[in-house]
Design a binder for this molecule. Structure first.
Ligand SMILES: Cc1cc2nc3c(=O)[nH]c(=O)nc-3n(C[C@H](O)[C@H](O)[C@H](O)COP(=O)(O)OP(=O)(O)OC[C@H]3O[C@@H](n4cnc5c(N)ncnc54)[C@H](O)[C@@H]3O)c2cc1C
Ligand SMILES: NC(=O)c1ccc[n+]([C@@H]2O[C@H](COP(=O)([O-])OP(=O)(O)OC[C@H]3O[C@@H](n4cnc5c(N)ncnc54)[C@H](O)[C@@H]3O)[C@@H](O)[C@H]2O)c1
Length: 489
């Protein structure tokens, strides 16, 4: 480790790896620090996106096999969770071949320090590890990429319960018969469906009156209905208030009624908190806001102008919180652009206007661009265009007629072909893939006419991106245009 760098990234998850590799490839001297070699890759590789999506993949195969009875296949068996987790670990290990200290040093040319970092000055860091005495170094700029931790459940008796979070659930090797999930966000939905498909009896307790409360209410309702069909039980508008014993939860509804629920394992997924533990932020003049998050300006800069934050650690940004790997990617691109731009006048503010996310349930939920609440808040006039997949041939062929697409557009003018898309949500199998074209359309300001004039191979699932505009255009062509066309004909 050198005594001074152009840039230090603390944390080697999506954000740290992104900013360190980008700056190194641009020719800067860069140090990246993480607690251990095994933590490189951060939450996404170790306890988040990768293991959860691998688990979902296996659960989908099992689910499809179970449903093959009507077509002559007789399948029997029980899920060997140990074997499933072995598959998950194997997939993680493949990604680890390019997310480890030796690779980052040898192939990316980064300096890598393994240990816990803390500030000892405004631009000075000390790294402590078990391998030797603490080592100090400094940098022109430092980026805090320390991620987030699961929020803990507050309930009487919780200390006596073996509570799982995303940090331990992937170490289970025996399938719990009854899995209680506290929280009704994306982790609860993705993991709940996967475990239900493996064969657990899953009960979800959520404090709000609907699941995935960041989505449109009709999307939450449709997903809940699909999950109920698969056997998941929902206790919404309820909270776990106590654990009378290590295998029983007491749940309380908003009107005060209580009941007890027996369980074999419990998963808590009630949100995240930015991770600032061990950093000794006061030594660098870095302030926290009243939620305990790092106080940031629109440019992801802390109260120390030489220190920035990216990824889950940037939850205190004025633009708001987005706990996603690709939010880290957005932060990194904003930061690197700004670090390389002379003078703050030209700096890019963090903006989520073109942001999108996907919840990888079956059906998936993909949400992008400006949402109804944001459009209303900003006084932007918009229209809602809804497409039910019932008449889409591909949806009929593969039995997902229940799917739905809800788009927000500019109000239509005289020429419906000129309307632009502002945002929306798709709930359908592979919605995350279907929506990619729509996301590009929002970003590039494409019009209804651009979709209308595209010929989609039949029967690709993404033909819905054109079908949604057929009625829209035909119903909204001004009478004068229709009369003129008829006259010419
Ligand atoms: C179950 C689950 C599923 C998810 N699925 C998705 C998904 O499908 N798609 C998606 O986009 N997002 C998903 N996410 C969110 C995504 O995992 C996170 O947003 C992303 O990993 C955040 O990256 P990060 O770099 O900010 O932080 P992290 O990946 O958490 O990295 C932070 C790193 O900093 C290190 N660190 C912390 N403090 C110190 C210190 N003092 N010294 C040295 N090192 C330190 C930690 O060891 C860690 O490795 C999921 C999250 C969970 C929990
Ligand atoms: N596919 C993806 O991209 C993906 C998947 C999983 C997680 N993530 C990210 O990880 C973040 C964390 O996920 P999460 O599901 O833990 O959090 P979340 O904050 O998104 O959802 C938490 C849920 O728990 C509920 N809740 C909070 N306290 C509760 C209590 N005491 N009792 C009952 N319910 C309670 C909330 O009302 C909310 O519905 C997400 O916000 C998301 O950004 C992304």
């Amino acid at each position: 480790m050198k005594t001074h760098y152009d840039l230090i990234a603390i944390g080697a998850g999506s954000a740290g790896l992104g900013v360190a590799i980008a700056m190194k490839r641009l020719g800067f001297d860069v140090l990246i620090i993480d607690r251990s070699d095994r933590r490189i890759g951060g939450d996404c590789l170790n306890d988040g996106c990768v293991p959860s999506k691998a688990l979902i993949h296996v659960s989908r195969m099992i689910h499809n096999a179970r449903r093959s009875g009507p077509f002559g296949w007789t399948m029997q068996g029980a899920t060997d969770l140990g074997a499933v987790m072995q598959y998950v670990r194997e997939r993680q290990d493949i990604i680890r071949t390019h997310e480890n200290a030796a690779y980052l040093r040898d192939t990316e040319g980064l300096d890598v320090a393994l240990g816990t970092a803390r500030f000892v000055g405004r631009q000075e860091i000390e790294v402590t590890s078990e391998d030797g005495p603490p080592v100090r170094t400094s940098a022109k700029n430092i980026v805090l990429c320390t991620g987030s931790k699961p929020q803990l459940l507050k309930a009487d008796g919780v200390e006596a319960v073996e509570v799982h979070t995303n940090e331990t659930i992937f170490s289970l090797d025996r399938l719990p018969n009854r899995l209680l999930i506290v929280g009704a966000g994306p982790i609860a939905m993705e993991m709940g469906q996967a475990f239900a498909r493996f064969g657990s009896q899953v009960t979800v307790v959520g404090q709000e009156d609907r699941i995935l409360s960041k989505e449109l209410p009709e999307v939450s309702a449709l997903l809940q209905q699909r999950l109920e069909v698969e056997g998941i039980t929902f206790r919404l508008g309820q909270q776990v208030t106590a654990f009378p014993d290590p295998h029983t939860a007491r749940i309380e509804s908003q009107n005060g009624t209580t009941e007890t629920l027996p369980f074999d394992a419990v998963l808590v997924a009630v949100g995240r908190t930015a991770s600032v533990r061990d950093l000794n932020l006061p030594a660098a003049g870095i302030e926290l806001n009243d939620k305990g998050q790092i106080k940031l300006n629109d440019f992801l800069q802390t109260t120390n102008p030489h220190v920035f934050a990216a990824g889950d650690a940037a939850a205190g940004a004025p633009a708001g919180t987005r706990y996603f790997s690709h939010a880290a990617e957005l932060h990194v691109s904003t930061l690197v652009t700004n670090l390389l731009t002379p003078g703050q006048v030209l700096d890019k503010k963090l903006s989520y206007d073109h942001f999108s996310w996907v919840t990888f349930t079956d059906p998936e939920v993909a949400t992008f661009g400006l949402q109804e609440d944001e459009l209303t808040k900003r006084n932007i006039r918009y229209e809602r265009v809804v497409y039910d997949f019932a008449e889409d041939d591909r949806a009929v062929i593969e039995a997902y007629e229940y799917a739905k697409m809800i788009l927000f557009t500019e109000p239509k003018g005289l020429n419906p072909f000129g309307t632009r898309l502002l945002g929306g949500t798709v709930i359908a199998p592979n919605a995350g893939e279907l929506a990619q074209e729509l996301i590009l359309a929002v970003q590039k300001k494409l019009t209804v006419g651009d979709f209308f004039n595209k010929i989609y191979p039949y029967p690709t699932a993404s033909r819905v991106n054109k079908s949604i505009w057929l009625d829209y255009v035909l119903d909204n062509l001004p009478g004068v245009v229709k009369r003129a066309v008829k006259w010419v004909y």
